[in-house]
Design a protein around this ligand. Structure first.
Ligand SMILES: O=C1O[C@H]([C@@H](O)CO)C(O)=C1O
Length: 583
């Protein structure tokens, strides 16, 4: 395994992601940020200088478990203090080691790998290559363009369970013309102002607002992409009769997406860094926080190019699809495809989305979940009011983050930094998910669940009607520090009865770090609390997180190793350290 060193400077800069000039957060003068490419087991060192003039910054390595390095997870107020302007913080972590101490997993891991790969007998660990990404996790900085790809290849000499001739990378995002500062003020203001739908969808940071793709390809066109490289349509060059691995990840602020390629089938082989049982589809849904690998065979008429089309799902779209060109060489890249771009399924065709999502199953050799859980936490997702504000709440508590990051305050036992009461383990069985909340009022709190080491935890996420009648939205939930098994999905209220149990798949549930709840439905997850640290678990929709849609899992914090002082020298932890306390 190698150490890979990166030196980054984060700054605001003028950029035209969709041909309209705005301000983005860039890294080393680039937008999106540079792609990190490593092999499984490598250690990444990112020496990150904050060159924003007046804002802190952190970077979250989405999908990387941070085993033994919870202070490098990059969540402001949870795992570390925001890095101040002009300061430098070094992230050091391994990509990506799965390690567990539970019996079932050890046995399975030994069966799969045939050997113990760590020195200590009680552990079994293995390396996990895959498609990941990184992004800002302070305020709404991700929506300002602070993101990039993180791709982890298999260790030298190891093979993937599928073959391909080439690789293409698509990092998908959405883009607003309002600054994130305006957006945050709007979302927090009284009366509430919703940010609306994004102006553009971006592929690898490039989109076209108010520009026709034809204009983009017309020599001499005076506007848009033809004259601005920053928003030039993405071209994916391919040779006929080859197989390509398309890595697709979504870092959108709001939009759920669907991707299709004219006349081409897609074989799904990886989800969130885990191999899946391969299946063939015409298009894939991608929620914010998801990543996939799909195989594409260039078996169509080679005299033509084809459109790659990315459209909006789950919300009535006001945003034009993003397009890229699948360029069969030796055709010119600007040769317009003969076929029109493939149309996205109707935005509210949830049956289509469920059919896709339910087909995702673990690849043979993936460890199965423990047969039973030690604890079940049921989280009701509602939209609420509080003193004239609109919030998202979990069991009627909307999450607010403290000034002092939990990792430091809990390690030092500074109990005063926690909300007095622990959050509820379940919501009332009689709750009617089909109606707006009977009691729309919410409180705020830290939503910290304290998890005992190595316990198996079930989480049931319950969706419900929002404040307006006949409205329930999709929410992709992302867990830090872990993959979970997605045990199952159901429509309506979860009751935990035999019918609900029958919907759970304990045989080949996929391991993922992000899972969606469908409108009015529930999703059941299971994970093992085997990674000491403090981990965010939240809706990956940026405005919803800002409105409080999340919880925190504080996991065996007493077993966390020595926390670097620099990570937590702020707030009450800084005072305690000055008084001589030791982390
Ligand atoms: O959080 C949200 O607020 C709006 C709407 O519910 C109220 O304006 C919306 O569509 C959201 O997703």
């Amino acid at each position: 395994a190698k150490a890979r060193h990166f030196k980054w400077e984060i700054s605001n800069m003028f950029w035209s992601p969709d041909c309209e000039e705005k301000v983005v957060i860039g890294i080393n003068g680039q937008f999106p940020g540079p792609t990190i490419r490593a092999r499984a087991g490598d250690t990444i060192h990112v020496e990150l200088k904050n060159a924003l003039h007046t804002e802190g910054v952190v970077i979250h390595w989405h999908g990387i478990r941070q085993i033994g390095t919870p202070w490098a997870d990059g969540t402001a107020a949870i795992s570390q203090c925001a890095i101040n302007p002009e300061e430098t913080f070094t992230y050091r972590f391994v990509v990506d080691k799965v390690l567990t101490t539970t019996e079932v997993l050890i046995t399975n891991c030994l069966n799969v790998r045939g050997k113990r790969s760590t020195e200590t007998e009680e552990f079994c660990s293995w390396l996990q290559p895959g498609t990941y990404f990184y992004h800002g996790h302070y305020g709404m900085q991700r929506a300002a363009g602070l993101y990039g790809s993180l791709i982890v290849d298999v260790t030298q000499g190891e093979e993937e369970p599928f073959k391909y001739d080439g690789e293409l990378n698509l990092l998908l995002s959405d883009w607003y013309h309002e600054s994130i500062h305006t957006q945050m003020v709007a979302l927090s203001s009284k009366p509430f102002r919703w940010i609306g739908e994004p102006q553009s969808l971006l592929i690898n940071g490039r989109g076209q607002f108010n520009c026709s793709m034809a204009a983009a390809h017309t020599p001499g066109a005076t506007q848009c992409a033809a004259v601005n490289r920053q928003c030039a349509p993405v071209v994916l060059p391919v040779q006929p009769n080859k197989t390509y691995r398309l890595r697709v990840a979504s870092t959108t602020s709001l939009a759920s997406l669907n991707l299709a390629i004219g006349n081409h089938k897609l074989t799904v082989v990886e989800a969130d860094g885990n191999y899946v049982d391969p299946f063939v589809v015409d298009d894939i849904d991608i929620y914010s926080g998801d990543s996939y690998s799909v195989l594409l065979t260039t078996d169509q008429d080679p005299s033509s190019n084809y459109w790659v089309s990315v459209g909006v799902r789950g919300r009535q779209p006001k945003t034009a699809p993003a397009l890229a060109v699948l360029n069969y060489r030796p055709n010119g890249a600007s040769k317009l495809p003969a076929l029109a771009p493939p149309a996205t399924p109707a935005w509210d065709d949830y049956e289509h989305s469920k059919a896709f999502t339910y087909r995702i199953r673990a690849h043979a050799g993936t460890p199965p979940p423990p047969a039973t859980a030690d604890r079940r936490i049921e989280l009701l997702n509602t939209q609420n009011r509080m003193d004239g504000h609109i919030k998202w709440s979990i069991n009627n508590v909307s999450m607010v983050l403290p000034a002092t990051p939990y990792l430091g305050s809990l390690k030092l036992g500074l109990k005063s930094t926690l909300t007095a009461a622990r959050p509820a383990e379940m919501f009332s069985r009689g709750y009617d998910v089909t109606l707006p909340p009977a009691n729309p009022n919410t409180t705020v709190g830290d939503n910290v669940y304290v998890l005992a080491h190595n316990t198996t935890v079930d989480v049931v996420l319950q969706n419900a009607n929002a404040l307006a009648h006949n409205t329930s939205e999709v929410h992709p939930w992302h867990l830090h520090g872990h993959d979970f098994w997605v045990l199952g999905y159901g429509d309506g209220a979860y009751r935990g009865d035999a019918a609900d149990e029958a919907r759970l798949n304990l045989r080949d549930p996929p391991l993922r770090n992000t899972a969606v709840i469908f409108p009015y439905g529930w999703t059941a997850l299971r994970f093992v609390a085997d990674n000491p640290g403090v981990w965010a678990f939240h809706c990956h929709i940026e405005p919803h997180l800002h409105m409080g849609m999340g919880v925190v899992f504080a996991e065996a914090v007493d077993l966390v190793g020595k926390v670097p002082k620099q990570a937590v020298s702020c707030g009450a932890t800084a005072s305690a350290l000055m008084n001589g306390d030791h982390l």
